[in-house]
Design a protein around this ligand. Structure first.
Ligand code: ZN
Ligand code: ZN
Length: 137
């Protein structure tokens, strides 16, 4: 299999992406440098906003939010609000606000419960099929 060149998500230049990360080596380097800058800026200004960080360092908003979402800035004891990935409400940790996080984990839990319930029902039906017929009548 030969690798097809693709456009870098940062500079749009064509490059080979053996790791599948979407960025060319130069942009990866640049992102790492910018992330280091953001980290040290945030350490000095723990209560700055995403917009202030972007203005001060000339970095992309998406990069700052990426760092916040992935917890790369958490150890610096920060207080920076950024939008929830689902509803856009301002949050301080993780990808989602409390409500969306609850909804998403709730949906997963519900699906798991339903699967478990289905399995249990099937088992029950096998054992108690007579009684269930009687109940219906
Ligand atoms: Zn690039
Ligand atoms: Zn939300």
């Amino acid at each position: 299999m030969t690798l097809k060149p693709k456009n870098c998500a940062g500079c749009r230049r064509l490059f080979l992406d053996p790791t599948g990360c979407g960025y060319c080596p130069e942009c990866i380097q640049k992102r790492e440098e910018q992330m280091a800058e953001i980290s040290s800026y945030v350490r000095d200004n723990p209560r700055s906003s995403v917009a202030e960080i972007c203005d001060a360092l000339g970095v992309k908003k998406s990069l700052v939010i990426f760092m916040l979402q992935t917890g790369r800035l958490e150890e610096t004891n920060i207080h920076i609000k950024y939008p929830c990935a689902a509803c856009g409400k301002l949050i301080l940790h993780g990808r989602y606000c409390k409500a969306c996080g609850k909804k998403i984990t709730g949906e997963i839990a519900e699906r798991m419960n339903r699967l478990r319930q289905n399995a249990a029902d099937k088992k029950k039906k096998g054992v108690y099929s007579k009684e269930q017929w009687l109940d219906k009548d």
